[in-house]
Design a protein around this ligand. Structure first.
Ligand SMILES: *[C@@H]1O[C@H](CO)[C@@H](O)[C@H](O)[C@H]1NC(C)=O
Ligand SMILES: *[C@@H]1O[C@H](CO)[C@@H](O)[C@H](O)[C@H]1NC(C)=O
Ligand SMILES: *[C@@H]1O[C@H](CO)[C@@H](O)[C@H](O)[C@H]1NC(C)=O
Ligand SMILES: *[C@@H]1O[C@H](CO)[C@@H](O)[C@H](O)[C@H]1NC(C)=O
Ligand SMILES: CC(=O)N[C@H]1CO[C@H](CO)[C@@H](O)[C@@H]1O
Length: 512
Protein backbone atom coordinates (compact mmCIF):
# COMPACT_ATOMS: atom_id res chain seq x y z
CA UNK A 1 0.00 0.00 0.00
CA UNK A 2 2.87 2.38 0.82
CA UNK A 3 4.29 1.78 -2.62
CA UNK A 4 0.90 2.51 -4.14
CA UNK A 5 0.67 5.87 -2.40
CA UNK A 6 4.23 6.76 -3.32
CA UNK A 7 3.65 6.06 -7.00
CA UNK A 8 0.50 8.21 -6.85
CA UNK A 9 2.43 11.14 -5.48
CA UNK A 10 5.22 10.54 -7.94
CA UNK A 11 2.77 10.54 -10.83
CA UNK A 12 1.15 13.80 -9.81
CA UNK A 13 4.66 15.13 -9.31
CA UNK A 14 5.60 14.78 -12.97
CA UNK A 15 4.57 18.12 -14.43
CA UNK A 16 2.54 17.07 -17.48
CA UNK A 17 0.81 14.25 -15.52
CA UNK A 18 -1.08 16.64 -13.24
CA UNK A 19 -4.66 17.51 -14.31
CA UNK A 20 -4.63 20.64 -12.11
CA UNK A 21 -8.06 19.88 -10.67
CA UNK A 22 -9.49 22.57 -8.38
CA UNK A 23 -10.88 22.16 -4.86
CA UNK A 24 -10.28 18.42 -4.39
CA UNK A 25 -12.15 17.48 -7.56
CA UNK A 26 -11.15 14.28 -9.29
CA UNK A 27 -13.17 13.39 -12.39
CA UNK A 28 -13.11 14.36 -16.08
CA UNK A 29 -16.25 14.07 -18.21
CA UNK A 30 -16.04 13.77 -21.98
CA UNK A 31 -18.90 15.86 -23.40
CA UNK A 32 -18.55 14.24 -26.81
CA UNK A 33 -19.72 16.49 -29.68
CA UNK A 34 -21.37 19.04 -27.35
CA UNK A 35 -21.57 22.67 -28.52
CA UNK A 36 -19.44 25.19 -26.65
CA UNK A 37 -22.48 27.17 -25.49
CA UNK A 38 -24.01 24.02 -23.96
CA UNK A 39 -20.73 23.11 -22.21
CA UNK A 40 -20.45 26.61 -20.75
CA UNK A 41 -23.97 26.31 -19.33
CA UNK A 42 -23.31 22.77 -18.08
CA UNK A 43 -20.18 23.90 -16.19
CA UNK A 44 -22.20 26.52 -14.34
CA UNK A 45 -25.47 24.69 -13.71
CA UNK A 46 -24.25 21.13 -13.13
CA UNK A 47 -20.55 20.25 -13.33
CA UNK A 48 -19.28 22.78 -10.78
CA UNK A 49 -22.06 22.19 -8.21
CA UNK A 50 -21.60 18.40 -8.54
CA UNK A 51 -17.82 18.61 -8.21
CA UNK A 52 -16.62 17.49 -11.65
CA UNK A 53 -13.00 18.47 -12.23
CA UNK A 54 -12.92 19.02 -15.96
CA UNK A 55 -14.36 18.46 -19.41
CA UNK A 56 -12.74 16.79 -22.40
CA UNK A 57 -14.14 18.60 -25.43
CA UNK A 58 -14.29 17.53 -29.08
CA UNK A 59 -11.60 18.96 -31.41
CA UNK A 60 -12.14 22.77 -31.58
CA UNK A 61 -10.27 23.45 -34.83
CA UNK A 62 -11.64 23.75 -38.35
CA UNK A 63 -12.46 20.32 -39.83
CA UNK A 64 -13.70 18.85 -43.08
CA UNK A 65 -17.48 18.75 -43.68
CA UNK A 66 -18.57 15.50 -45.33
CA UNK A 67 -21.73 14.72 -47.29
CA UNK A 68 -21.24 10.99 -47.75
CA UNK A 69 -21.71 9.71 -45.15
CA UNK A 70 -23.63 12.76 -43.92
CA UNK A 71 -21.70 14.70 -41.27
CA UNK A 72 -20.16 11.71 -39.48
CA UNK A 73 -18.68 12.27 -36.00
CA UNK A 74 -15.24 11.44 -37.38
CA UNK A 75 -15.16 14.47 -39.67
CA UNK A 76 -13.84 16.30 -36.61
CA UNK A 77 -10.78 14.06 -36.67
CA UNK A 78 -9.93 15.49 -40.13
CA UNK A 79 -8.44 18.97 -39.59
CA UNK A 80 -8.44 21.62 -42.33
CA UNK A 81 -6.85 24.42 -40.29
CA UNK A 82 -6.23 25.53 -36.73
CA UNK A 83 -8.92 28.22 -36.85
CA UNK A 84 -11.19 27.75 -33.85
CA UNK A 85 -14.47 27.20 -35.66
CA UNK A 86 -16.02 23.78 -35.70
CA UNK A 87 -19.32 21.99 -35.47
CA UNK A 88 -19.32 22.88 -31.76
CA UNK A 89 -19.11 26.61 -32.31
CA UNK A 90 -17.08 29.70 -33.14
CA UNK A 91 -13.91 31.10 -31.58
CA UNK A 92 -16.01 33.62 -29.66
CA UNK A 93 -18.15 30.83 -28.23
CA UNK A 94 -15.02 28.80 -27.43
CA UNK A 95 -13.48 31.68 -25.48
CA UNK A 96 -16.77 32.23 -23.63
CA UNK A 97 -16.87 28.53 -22.66
CA UNK A 98 -13.28 28.40 -21.40
CA UNK A 99 -13.76 31.58 -19.39
CA UNK A 100 -17.06 30.56 -17.83
CA UNK A 101 -15.93 27.00 -17.00
CA UNK A 102 -12.66 28.27 -15.50
CA UNK A 103 -14.54 30.84 -13.44
CA UNK A 104 -16.47 28.03 -11.72
CA UNK A 105 -13.38 25.82 -11.31
CA UNK A 106 -14.05 23.33 -14.13
CA UNK A 107 -11.05 22.71 -16.39
CA UNK A 108 -11.22 22.34 -20.17
CA UNK A 109 -9.07 19.70 -21.89
CA UNK A 110 -8.83 19.93 -25.67
CA UNK A 111 -8.83 16.92 -27.98
CA UNK A 112 -5.78 17.79 -30.11
CA UNK A 113 -5.57 16.21 -33.58
CA UNK A 114 -1.96 16.83 -34.62
CA UNK A 115 -0.90 13.62 -36.36
CA UNK A 116 -2.66 14.37 -39.62
CA UNK A 117 -4.99 16.60 -41.64
CA UNK A 118 -7.98 15.35 -43.68
CA UNK A 119 -8.20 12.16 -45.72
CA UNK A 120 -6.24 11.93 -48.98
CA UNK A 121 -9.52 11.71 -50.89
CA UNK A 122 -10.99 14.73 -49.11
CA UNK A 123 -11.27 16.63 -52.38
CA UNK A 124 -10.73 20.28 -53.11
CA UNK A 125 -12.84 23.31 -52.25
CA UNK A 126 -14.27 24.82 -49.13
CA UNK A 127 -16.19 21.92 -47.58
CA UNK A 128 -14.84 22.85 -44.19
CA UNK A 129 -16.37 24.12 -40.99
CA UNK A 130 -15.24 27.74 -41.52
CA UNK A 131 -15.30 27.62 -45.30
CA UNK A 132 -11.50 27.67 -45.68
CA UNK A 133 -10.31 26.46 -49.06
CA UNK A 134 -8.06 23.37 -49.20
CA UNK A 135 -6.91 20.71 -51.61
CA UNK A 136 -6.36 17.21 -50.26
CA UNK A 137 -4.87 15.97 -53.55
CA UNK A 138 -2.28 18.81 -53.59
CA UNK A 139 -1.82 18.59 -49.78
CA UNK A 140 -2.48 22.30 -49.70
CA UNK A 141 -4.00 23.84 -46.55
CA UNK A 142 -3.41 27.59 -46.99
CA UNK A 143 -5.20 28.54 -43.78
CA UNK A 144 -2.39 27.01 -41.67
CA UNK A 145 -0.48 27.13 -44.12
CA UNK A 146 0.75 23.61 -44.87
CA UNK A 147 1.91 22.51 -48.30
CA UNK A 148 3.04 19.16 -49.72
CA UNK A 149 6.46 19.67 -48.08
CA UNK A 150 4.90 19.35 -44.65
CA UNK A 151 3.65 15.79 -45.05
CA UNK A 152 5.34 12.42 -44.74
CA UNK A 153 5.62 11.18 -48.27
CA UNK A 154 9.06 9.80 -49.00
CA UNK A 155 9.50 8.53 -45.48
CA UNK A 156 6.63 6.08 -45.81
CA UNK A 157 7.74 2.88 -47.49
CA UNK A 158 4.43 1.25 -48.37
CA UNK A 159 3.12 1.17 -51.94
CA UNK A 160 -0.22 2.71 -51.01
CA UNK A 161 1.23 5.32 -48.64
CA UNK A 162 -1.08 3.94 -45.96
CA UNK A 163 -0.27 1.85 -42.89
CA UNK A 164 -0.48 -1.73 -44.14
CA UNK A 165 1.24 -3.65 -41.36
CA UNK A 166 0.72 -2.70 -37.73
CA UNK A 167 3.70 -4.89 -36.83
CA UNK A 168 6.05 -2.40 -38.55
CA UNK A 169 6.81 0.53 -36.24
CA UNK A 170 8.03 2.85 -38.99
CA UNK A 171 4.89 2.27 -41.05
CA UNK A 172 2.65 2.95 -38.09
CA UNK A 173 4.34 6.30 -37.53
CA UNK A 174 5.38 7.45 -41.02
CA UNK A 175 2.49 6.27 -43.19
CA UNK A 176 -1.11 7.39 -43.38
CA UNK A 177 -3.55 6.16 -40.76
CA UNK A 178 -6.68 5.12 -42.73
CA UNK A 179 -5.43 7.40 -45.56
CA UNK A 180 -5.34 10.57 -43.41
CA UNK A 181 -2.62 12.94 -44.71
CA UNK A 182 0.27 12.37 -42.30
CA UNK A 183 2.05 15.48 -41.01
CA UNK A 184 5.87 15.46 -40.95
CA UNK A 185 6.29 16.22 -37.26
CA UNK A 186 10.05 15.88 -37.59
CA UNK A 187 10.06 19.24 -39.42
CA UNK A 188 10.71 22.32 -37.37
CA UNK A 189 8.06 24.24 -39.30
CA UNK A 190 5.33 21.66 -38.61
CA UNK A 191 6.30 21.43 -34.94
CA UNK A 192 6.10 25.21 -34.69
CA UNK A 193 2.64 25.38 -36.30
CA UNK A 194 1.26 22.66 -34.03
CA UNK A 195 2.75 24.33 -30.95
CA UNK A 196 1.35 27.71 -32.04
CA UNK A 197 -2.13 26.16 -32.20
CA UNK A 198 -1.79 24.52 -28.79
CA UNK A 199 -0.29 27.66 -27.23
CA UNK A 200 -3.19 29.77 -28.44
CA UNK A 201 -5.51 27.40 -26.56
CA UNK A 202 -3.30 27.44 -23.45
CA UNK A 203 -3.26 31.24 -23.42
CA UNK A 204 -7.06 31.26 -23.68
CA UNK A 205 -7.14 29.19 -20.49
CA UNK A 206 -7.39 25.47 -21.32
CA UNK A 207 -5.82 23.14 -18.74
CA UNK A 208 -4.39 20.56 -21.11
CA UNK A 209 -4.83 18.17 -24.00
CA UNK A 210 -6.02 14.73 -24.92
CA UNK A 211 -3.60 14.06 -27.77
CA UNK A 212 -5.17 11.96 -30.51
CA UNK A 213 -3.43 9.05 -32.27
CA UNK A 214 -0.11 9.23 -30.36
CA UNK A 215 0.89 5.73 -31.40
CA UNK A 216 1.18 7.17 -34.89
CA UNK A 217 3.71 9.81 -33.83
CA UNK A 218 7.33 9.34 -32.72
CA UNK A 219 7.76 10.05 -28.98
CA UNK A 220 10.74 12.29 -29.79
CA UNK A 221 8.60 14.48 -32.07
CA UNK A 222 5.93 14.78 -29.39
CA UNK A 223 8.56 15.63 -26.78
CA UNK A 224 9.76 18.46 -29.00
CA UNK A 225 6.22 19.83 -29.50
CA UNK A 226 5.33 19.56 -25.81
CA UNK A 227 8.61 21.28 -24.94
CA UNK A 228 7.44 24.35 -26.89
CA UNK A 229 4.19 24.69 -24.93
CA UNK A 230 3.56 27.64 -22.66
CA UNK A 231 2.75 27.28 -18.98
CA UNK A 232 -0.95 27.47 -18.16
CA UNK A 233 -2.63 30.86 -17.93
CA UNK A 234 -1.93 32.22 -14.45
CA UNK A 235 -5.33 33.92 -14.31
CA UNK A 236 -6.71 30.51 -13.38
CA UNK A 237 -3.73 28.24 -12.62
CA UNK A 238 -0.73 28.49 -10.30
CA UNK A 239 2.35 30.07 -11.88
CA UNK A 240 4.64 27.61 -13.70
CA UNK A 241 1.87 25.00 -14.18
CA UNK A 242 2.54 22.75 -17.15
CA UNK A 243 -0.36 21.70 -19.39
CA UNK A 244 -1.87 18.33 -18.50
CA UNK A 245 -1.11 15.90 -21.32
CA UNK A 246 -2.93 12.61 -21.80
CA UNK A 247 -2.07 10.63 -24.85
CA UNK A 248 -4.20 8.22 -26.81
CA UNK A 249 -2.10 5.09 -27.24
CA UNK A 250 -4.04 1.91 -27.85
CA UNK A 251 -2.01 -0.87 -26.25
CA UNK A 252 -3.87 -3.97 -25.14
CA UNK A 253 -0.58 -5.84 -24.75
CA UNK A 254 1.38 -7.67 -27.42
CA UNK A 255 1.71 -4.62 -29.70
CA UNK A 256 5.01 -3.50 -31.25
CA UNK A 257 4.40 0.00 -29.88
CA UNK A 258 3.95 0.15 -26.13
CA UNK A 259 2.27 2.76 -23.97
CA UNK A 260 5.54 2.73 -21.97
CA UNK A 261 7.22 4.73 -24.75
CA UNK A 262 5.00 7.72 -23.90
CA UNK A 263 4.66 7.76 -20.11
CA UNK A 264 7.57 10.15 -19.53
CA UNK A 265 5.75 12.75 -21.66
CA UNK A 266 2.37 12.71 -19.92
CA UNK A 267 -0.35 10.30 -18.94
CA UNK A 268 -1.55 7.62 -21.32
CA UNK A 269 -4.98 6.08 -21.96
CA UNK A 270 -5.08 2.65 -20.25
CA UNK A 271 -7.21 0.71 -22.75
CA UNK A 272 -6.80 -2.54 -20.83
CA UNK A 273 -8.90 -1.07 -18.02
CA UNK A 274 -12.28 -0.92 -19.81
CA UNK A 275 -11.65 -4.10 -21.80
CA UNK A 276 -10.91 -6.10 -18.62
CA UNK A 277 -13.58 -4.45 -16.48
CA UNK A 278 -16.11 -5.29 -19.21
CA UNK A 279 -15.10 -8.96 -19.10
CA UNK A 280 -15.35 -8.96 -15.31
CA UNK A 281 -18.82 -7.44 -15.10
CA UNK A 282 -20.05 -9.54 -18.04
CA UNK A 283 -18.46 -12.64 -16.38
CA UNK A 284 -16.84 -13.61 -19.66
CA UNK A 285 -13.94 -16.07 -19.86
CA UNK A 286 -14.52 -17.14 -16.24
CA UNK A 287 -13.72 -13.67 -14.96
CA UNK A 288 -15.10 -12.85 -11.50
CA UNK A 289 -15.39 -9.63 -9.58
CA UNK A 290 -13.48 -11.20 -6.66
CA UNK A 291 -10.35 -11.31 -8.86
CA UNK A 292 -10.30 -7.49 -8.85
CA UNK A 293 -8.86 -7.46 -5.35
CA UNK A 294 -5.57 -6.57 -7.07
CA UNK A 295 -7.16 -4.22 -9.65
CA UNK A 296 -4.68 -1.73 -11.09
CA UNK A 297 -0.99 -2.55 -11.55
CA UNK A 298 -1.80 -6.05 -10.26
CA UNK A 299 -3.65 -6.66 -13.53
CA UNK A 300 -0.69 -5.62 -15.68
CA UNK A 301 -1.84 -2.02 -16.14
CA UNK A 302 0.68 0.82 -16.35
CA UNK A 303 1.61 2.50 -13.07
CA UNK A 304 -1.12 4.48 -11.35
CA UNK A 305 0.52 7.87 -11.83
CA UNK A 306 0.65 7.42 -15.61
CA UNK A 307 -2.88 6.24 -16.34
CA UNK A 308 -6.10 7.78 -17.60
CA UNK A 309 -8.92 5.28 -17.09
CA UNK A 310 -12.41 4.92 -18.55
CA UNK A 311 -15.06 2.24 -18.97
CA UNK A 312 -15.68 3.21 -22.60
CA UNK A 313 -14.69 6.04 -24.93
CA UNK A 314 -16.19 7.65 -28.03
CA UNK A 315 -14.44 5.11 -30.27
CA UNK A 316 -14.94 1.80 -28.54
CA UNK A 317 -18.54 2.50 -27.50
CA UNK A 318 -19.37 2.12 -31.20
CA UNK A 319 -16.95 -0.67 -32.07
CA UNK A 320 -14.06 1.55 -33.25
CA UNK A 321 -10.63 1.53 -31.62
CA UNK A 322 -9.80 -1.10 -29.08
CA UNK A 323 -11.42 -3.36 -26.54
CA UNK A 324 -13.92 -5.20 -28.70
CA UNK A 325 -17.31 -6.45 -27.62
CA UNK A 326 -16.47 -6.67 -23.91
CA UNK A 327 -16.68 -2.86 -23.60
CA UNK A 328 -19.72 -1.84 -21.52
CA UNK A 329 -21.63 1.27 -22.60
CA UNK A 330 -24.86 3.15 -21.83
CA UNK A 331 -26.65 0.62 -24.05
CA UNK A 332 -26.31 -1.80 -21.07
CA UNK A 333 -27.30 0.64 -18.35
CA UNK A 334 -27.42 -1.73 -15.36
CA UNK A 335 -23.94 -3.11 -15.97
CA UNK A 336 -22.69 0.32 -17.02
CA UNK A 337 -23.66 2.01 -13.75
CA UNK A 338 -21.89 -0.76 -11.80
CA UNK A 339 -18.74 -0.58 -13.92
CA UNK A 340 -18.51 3.22 -13.76
CA UNK A 341 -19.29 3.03 -10.04
CA UNK A 342 -16.43 0.58 -9.59
CA UNK A 343 -14.03 2.82 -11.49
CA UNK A 344 -14.97 5.92 -9.52
CA UNK A 345 -14.71 4.11 -6.17
CA UNK A 346 -11.28 2.67 -6.96
CA UNK A 347 -8.16 4.81 -6.43
CA UNK A 348 -6.27 3.76 -9.60
CA UNK A 349 -5.70 6.38 -12.31
CA UNK A 350 -7.26 9.68 -13.34
CA UNK A 351 -10.87 8.78 -14.19
CA UNK A 352 -12.84 9.94 -17.21
CA UNK A 353 -16.61 9.51 -17.51
CA UNK A 354 -18.14 9.25 -20.99
CA UNK A 355 -21.17 11.37 -21.95
CA UNK A 356 -22.69 10.23 -25.24
CA UNK A 357 -25.46 10.72 -27.72
CA UNK A 358 -27.79 7.95 -28.85
CA UNK A 359 -27.78 6.77 -32.47
CA UNK A 360 -29.89 4.25 -34.37
CA UNK A 361 -27.77 1.13 -34.29
CA UNK A 362 -28.09 -1.22 -37.24
CA UNK A 363 -26.21 -4.47 -36.80
CA UNK A 364 -25.42 -6.58 -39.85
CA UNK A 365 -23.37 -9.70 -39.06
CA UNK A 366 -22.35 -8.21 -35.73
CA UNK A 367 -21.13 -4.92 -37.19
CA UNK A 368 -23.02 -1.68 -36.59
CA UNK A 369 -23.58 -0.11 -40.02
CA UNK A 370 -24.48 3.17 -38.27
CA UNK A 371 -21.30 3.54 -36.22
CA UNK A 372 -20.49 6.73 -38.18
CA UNK A 373 -23.63 8.68 -37.22
CA UNK A 374 -22.88 12.16 -35.93
CA UNK A 375 -24.50 13.97 -33.02
CA UNK A 376 -28.20 14.93 -32.87
CA UNK A 377 -28.49 17.46 -35.69
CA UNK A 378 -30.83 19.83 -37.45
CA UNK A 379 -31.71 19.28 -41.12
CA UNK A 380 -29.01 21.75 -42.19
CA UNK A 381 -26.39 19.65 -40.35
CA UNK A 382 -25.85 21.93 -37.37
CA UNK A 383 -25.56 20.16 -34.01
CA UNK A 384 -28.62 20.36 -31.78
CA UNK A 385 -28.58 22.00 -28.37
CA UNK A 386 -28.77 19.81 -25.25
CA UNK A 387 -32.23 20.40 -23.76
CA UNK A 388 -33.00 19.46 -20.14
CA UNK A 389 -36.12 17.53 -19.15
CA UNK A 390 -38.05 18.45 -15.97
CA UNK A 391 -36.30 15.56 -14.14
CA UNK A 392 -32.89 17.01 -15.16
CA UNK A 393 -32.09 14.24 -17.66
CA UNK A 394 -31.22 15.35 -21.20
CA UNK A 395 -33.46 15.28 -24.25
CA UNK A 396 -33.10 15.14 -28.05
CA UNK A 397 -30.89 12.04 -28.05
CA UNK A 398 -28.24 13.28 -25.62
CA UNK A 399 -27.63 10.47 -23.09
CA UNK A 400 -25.84 12.53 -20.43
CA UNK A 401 -24.52 9.54 -18.47
CA UNK A 402 -22.78 12.03 -16.17
CA UNK A 403 -26.25 13.19 -15.04
CA UNK A 404 -27.42 9.68 -14.12
CA UNK A 405 -27.84 9.85 -10.34
CA UNK A 406 -25.68 6.79 -9.69
CA UNK A 407 -22.79 8.17 -11.78
CA UNK A 408 -23.02 11.78 -10.52
CA UNK A 409 -23.08 10.53 -6.94
CA UNK A 410 -20.06 8.30 -7.51
CA UNK A 411 -18.14 11.27 -8.94
CA UNK A 412 -18.91 12.99 -5.62
CA UNK A 413 -17.85 9.80 -3.73
CA UNK A 414 -14.49 9.92 -5.53
CA UNK A 415 -13.93 13.50 -4.33
CA UNK A 416 -14.91 12.65 -0.75
CA UNK A 417 -12.48 9.68 -0.55
CA UNK A 418 -9.68 11.38 -2.52
CA UNK A 419 -6.24 10.42 -1.18
CA UNK A 420 -7.55 7.56 0.97
CA UNK A 421 -6.13 4.05 0.53
CA UNK A 422 -8.01 0.99 -0.76
CA UNK A 423 -9.03 -0.84 2.44
CA UNK A 424 -11.34 -3.43 4.08
CA UNK A 425 -11.62 -5.68 1.05
CA UNK A 426 -14.23 -8.44 1.22
CA UNK A 427 -15.38 -10.95 -1.37
CA UNK A 428 -17.35 -14.17 -1.49
CA UNK A 429 -14.94 -15.82 -3.97
CA UNK A 430 -17.46 -14.99 -6.65
CA UNK A 431 -19.07 -11.75 -7.85
CA UNK A 432 -19.91 -10.16 -4.53
CA UNK A 433 -17.20 -7.75 -3.39
CA UNK A 434 -16.80 -4.75 -1.11
CA UNK A 435 -14.03 -2.30 -0.38
CA UNK A 436 -13.49 0.90 1.53
CA UNK A 437 -11.44 4.06 1.10
CA UNK A 438 -9.94 4.57 4.54
CA UNK A 439 -12.64 5.83 6.89
CA UNK A 440 -14.25 8.04 4.23
CA UNK A 441 -16.25 5.66 2.03
CA UNK A 442 -17.38 2.08 1.43
CA UNK A 443 -18.96 0.30 -1.55
CA UNK A 444 -20.56 -3.16 -1.95
CA UNK A 445 -21.38 -4.92 -5.25
CA UNK A 446 -23.59 -7.94 -5.90
CA UNK A 447 -23.07 -9.12 -9.46
CA UNK A 448 -23.97 -12.74 -8.59
CA UNK A 449 -27.25 -14.44 -9.46
CA UNK A 450 -28.31 -14.66 -5.81
CA UNK A 451 -28.90 -12.28 -2.93
CA UNK A 452 -26.23 -10.72 -0.73
CA UNK A 453 -26.93 -10.53 3.00
CA UNK A 454 -23.76 -9.99 5.00
CA UNK A 455 -22.26 -7.95 7.83
CA UNK A 456 -19.02 -6.21 6.79
CA UNK A 457 -16.38 -4.04 8.42
CA UNK A 458 -16.70 -0.69 6.67
CA UNK A 459 -13.89 1.08 8.55
CA UNK A 460 -16.24 4.07 8.92
CA UNK A 461 -17.37 5.91 12.05
CA UNK A 462 -20.68 4.75 13.53
CA UNK A 463 -23.87 6.41 12.32
CA UNK A 464 -26.64 6.29 9.76
CA UNK A 465 -25.55 6.78 6.16
CA UNK A 466 -27.55 7.29 2.98
CA UNK A 467 -26.79 4.94 0.11
CA UNK A 468 -25.87 7.22 -2.81
CA UNK A 469 -26.87 4.64 -5.46
CA UNK A 470 -30.57 4.01 -4.66
CA UNK A 471 -30.93 7.65 -3.63
CA UNK A 472 -28.95 10.19 -1.66
CA UNK A 473 -28.98 12.38 1.40
CA UNK A 474 -31.65 15.05 1.32
CA UNK A 475 -31.47 17.29 4.38
CA UNK A 476 -31.89 14.98 7.39
CA UNK A 477 -33.29 12.00 5.49
CA UNK A 478 -32.29 9.50 2.81
CA UNK A 479 -34.22 9.31 -0.46
CA UNK A 480 -33.02 5.69 -0.94
CA UNK A 481 -31.64 2.93 1.28
CA UNK A 482 -30.24 3.70 4.74
CA UNK A 483 -27.15 1.91 6.11
CA UNK A 484 -26.59 1.71 9.86
CA UNK A 485 -22.87 1.54 10.72
CA UNK A 486 -22.34 0.34 14.29
CA UNK A 487 -19.72 1.89 16.54
CA UNK A 488 -17.33 -0.97 15.75
CA UNK A 489 -17.56 -0.05 12.04
CA UNK A 490 -19.65 -3.09 11.07
CA UNK A 491 -22.80 -2.76 9.01
CA UNK A 492 -25.37 -5.16 7.58
CA UNK A 493 -25.76 -5.01 3.80
CA UNK A 494 -28.61 -6.61 1.85
CA UNK A 495 -28.59 -6.45 -1.95
CA UNK A 496 -31.00 -8.66 -3.84
CA UNK A 497 -29.70 -9.78 -7.19
CA UNK A 498 -32.82 -8.40 -8.87
CA UNK A 499 -32.26 -4.86 -7.51
CA UNK A 500 -32.42 -2.22 -10.21
CA UNK A 501 -28.84 -1.30 -9.23
CA UNK A 502 -27.24 -4.15 -7.28
CA UNK A 503 -24.67 -2.05 -5.46
CA UNK A 504 -24.59 0.24 -2.42
CA UNK A 505 -22.18 3.09 -1.62
CA UNK A 506 -21.84 5.31 1.46
CA UNK A 507 -19.37 8.09 2.24
CA UNK A 508 -18.51 10.62 4.93
CA UNK A 509 -20.78 13.29 3.44
CA UNK A 510 -23.77 10.98 3.02
CA UNK A 511 -23.98 10.53 6.81
CA UNK A 512 -27.14 11.82 8.49
C1 LIG B 1 -17.21 28.11 -51.17
O1 LIG B 1 -16.88 28.10 -52.54
C2 LIG B 1 -17.98 28.38 -53.39
C3 LIG B 1 -17.53 28.15 -54.81
O2 LIG B 1 -16.24 28.58 -55.02
C4 LIG B 1 -18.47 29.81 -53.12
O3 LIG B 1 -19.59 30.09 -53.94
C5 LIG B 1 -18.87 29.91 -51.67
O4 LIG B 1 -19.24 31.24 -51.35
C6 LIG B 1 -17.73 29.47 -50.74
N1 LIG B 1 -18.21 29.44 -49.39
C7 LIG B 1 -17.54 29.98 -48.38
C8 LIG B 1 -18.18 29.82 -47.02
O5 LIG B 1 -16.48 30.52 -48.52
C1 LIG C 1 -4.82 34.74 -19.54
O1 LIG C 1 -6.22 34.95 -19.54
C2 LIG C 1 -6.59 36.29 -19.30
C3 LIG C 1 -8.10 36.31 -19.14
O2 LIG C 1 -8.73 35.87 -20.28
C4 LIG C 1 -6.08 37.16 -20.43
O3 LIG C 1 -6.42 38.50 -20.18
C5 LIG C 1 -4.57 37.01 -20.54
O4 LIG C 1 -4.11 37.70 -21.67
C6 LIG C 1 -4.19 35.54 -20.67
N1 LIG C 1 -2.75 35.38 -20.58
C7 LIG C 1 -2.01 35.06 -21.61
C8 LIG C 1 -0.56 34.85 -21.35
O5 LIG C 1 -2.47 34.95 -22.72
C1 LIG D 1 2.84 34.82 -10.71
O1 LIG D 1 3.55 35.50 -11.72
C2 LIG D 1 3.17 36.88 -11.87
C3 LIG D 1 3.88 37.45 -13.07
O2 LIG D 1 5.22 37.03 -13.12
C4 LIG D 1 3.48 37.63 -10.58
O3 LIG D 1 3.06 38.97 -10.70
C5 LIG D 1 2.72 36.96 -9.44
O4 LIG D 1 3.05 37.56 -8.20
C6 LIG D 1 3.04 35.47 -9.36
N1 LIG D 1 2.15 34.83 -8.39
C7 LIG D 1 2.61 34.03 -7.44
C8 LIG D 1 1.56 33.46 -6.52
O5 LIG D 1 3.77 33.73 -7.33
C1 LIG E 1 -29.53 25.43 -39.02
O1 LIG E 1 -30.80 25.12 -38.47
C2 LIG E 1 -30.98 25.55 -37.13
C3 LIG E 1 -32.32 25.02 -36.63
O2 LIG E 1 -33.31 25.15 -37.58
C4 LIG E 1 -30.88 27.07 -37.06
O3 LIG E 1 -31.04 27.50 -35.72
C5 LIG E 1 -29.52 27.48 -37.58
O4 LIG E 1 -29.41 28.89 -37.59
C6 LIG E 1 -29.26 26.94 -38.97
N1 LIG E 1 -27.87 27.21 -39.34
C7 LIG E 1 -27.51 27.62 -40.52
C8 LIG E 1 -26.04 27.84 -40.74
O5 LIG E 1 -28.31 27.82 -41.41
C1 LIG F 1 -18.69 -19.02 -3.96
C2 LIG F 1 -19.86 -18.29 -3.36
O1 LIG F 1 -20.87 -18.16 -3.98
N1 LIG F 1 -19.71 -17.83 -2.15
C3 LIG F 1 -20.66 -17.08 -1.41
C4 LIG F 1 -21.08 -15.80 -2.05
O2 LIG F 1 -21.85 -15.04 -1.12
C5 LIG F 1 -22.95 -15.67 -0.54
C6 LIG F 1 -23.48 -14.79 0.57
O3 LIG F 1 -23.35 -13.43 0.30
C7 LIG F 1 -22.65 -17.04 0.02
O4 LIG F 1 -23.85 -17.67 0.41
C8 LIG F 1 -21.91 -17.87 -1.02
O5 LIG F 1 -21.59 -19.10 -0.49
Amino acid sequence: MKLFILTTLFGLGLPQHNPHFKDGRTTIVHLFEWRWSDIAAECERFLAPKGFGGVQISPPNEHIVLDNPWRPWWQRYQPISYNLCSRSGSEKEFIDMVTRCNNVGVNIYVDAVINHMCGSSGGEGNHSSCGSWFSASKKDFPSVPYSAWDFNVNKCRTATGNIENYGDIAQVRDCRLVSLLDLALEKDYVRAKVAEFMNKLIDLGVAGFRVDACKHMWPGDLQNVYGRLHNLNSTWFPNHSRPFIFQEVIDLGGEVISSREYIHLGRVTEFKYGAKLGKVFRKWQEEKLCYTRTWGEGWGFMSDGNAIVFVDNHDNQRGHGAGGSSIITFWDPRLYKMAVGYMLAHPYGVARVMSSYRWNRNFVNGKDQSDWLGPPSNINGSTKAVPLNPDQTCGDGWVCEHRWRQITNMAIFRNVVNGQPHTNWWDNQSNQVAFGRGNRGFIVFNNDGWDLDVTLNTGMPGGTYCDVISGQKDGNRCTGKQILVRNDGNALFKITYTDEDPFVAIHAESKL
